[in-house]
Design a protein around this ligand. Structure first.
Ligand SMILES: Nc1ncnc2c1ncn2[C@@H]1O[C@H](COP(=O)(O)OP(=O)(O)O)[C@@H](O)[C@H]1O
Ligand SMILES: [Mg+2]
Ligand SMILES: [Zn+2]
Length: 279
């Protein structure tokens, strides 16, 4: 990654708290982990900053509750940030803070510049629609109207994620967990976004299915040269796919670097534990 390279996505000092806070938790020392025992406020993301570069897979790893999903929800506007900045190279040349754009503009960004795959396919798919219908929905949201073109694109995408074309009219509710994630991936890629957000996409799948979905992601990433933010509690998943990795703990990024470096020479105590449990 060259230093002069312009990031696809740039996040600066992102904070997300659930709750209003109180005089007691003004002092961070009073928190229990990232939680205020007096007012119940959770400081889910604290001062998170990072860049994602073109064609890069950025891994985010951390234990359950460390703020990974909240961060991804903020990036996809599923949650409103408490404060912070986000810039996309493909949106007004990276000059507008996405978090201050109107909800209409944010919808445009979601539909055209990003794709997201959720751990829970119920959040990413309409289970009773046909699979190709799920893809068409995202194509329509980006302004497509031509039915024949959408059929072609939908078929091409399902083919790319190894869903048999003759099953394109079937609803995802009939599919296995691995196939549902494949349909989500096809949908997320449908408008050729430069950035893909993946939140625990293989968690809960059988190991062999998990491996095949991760392989698919890897080969699509190479083919499309798309940038990916990949979130997982499983360092094994991160190791397989991420070029660079951030480690989150209690809402903060406590360590970051090349994945190989982090695996070989973890600096933070918590990261050392994570790496050791992998061996
Ligand atoms: N909608 C919400 N309301 C209140 N607290 C929440 C909400 N969503 C997440 N949290 C809290 O924020 C913290 C981070 O959660 P999450 O982002 O889901 O972590 P992770 O994905 O790393 O497991 C947790 O303490 C969680 O309980
Ligand atoms: Mg999560
Ligand atoms: Zn408080």
């Amino acid at each position: 990654m060259a230093e002069f390279e312009v990031p696809v996505l740039s996040i600066k000092n992102l904070n997300k708290q659930f709750g209003k806070g109180c005089p007691y938790c003004q002092d961070e020392e009073s928190l229990v982990k990232n939680y205020c025992p007096v007012c119940g406020t959770v400081y889910a993301c604290r001062d998170v900053s990072f860049d994602v570069f073109p064609g890069e897979v950025l891994g985010i790893v951390g234990e359950s509750g460390s703020g990974k999903s909240t961060l991804m929800q903020c990036l996809y506007f599923d949650q409103e940030v408490t404060n912070g900045e986000a810039y996309l190279a493909d949106y007004h040349n990276g000059e507008k803070n996405l978090f201050q754009e109107s909800s209409q503009q944010q919808r445009y960004i979601r539909n055209n510049i990003m794709g997201k795959v959720y751990q829970n396919p119920l959040l990413g798919l309409k289970m009773n629609f046909s699979s190709i219908g799920n893809i068409a929905e995202k194509l329509i949201a980006a302004g497509n109207q031509h039915v024949g073109m959408m059929e072609n694109r939908g078929t091409e995408l399902l083919n790319k994620v190894n869903i048999p074309v003759h099953r394109r009219k079937e609803a995802p509710k009939n599919f296995s967990g691995g196939m549902q994630q494949r349909v989500q991936i096809a949908k997320a890629l449908s408008n050729r976004p430069p950035l893909l957000l993946l939140d625990e996409v293989t968690t809960g799948l059988d190991l062999s299915v998990q491996a095949s979905v991760l392989d698919l992601i890897k080969s699509l990433q190479r083919e499309l040269n798309i940038s990916i933010v990949l979130v997982s509690h499983d360092l094994g998943v991160i190791r397989m796919l991420a070029d660079r990795t951030l480690v989150m703990l209690e809402g903060r990024v406590i360590e970051q670097g090349l994945t190989d470096q982090i695996l070989e020479d973890p600096q933070h105590r918590y990261t050392q534990q994570l790496v050791h449990s992998l061996l």
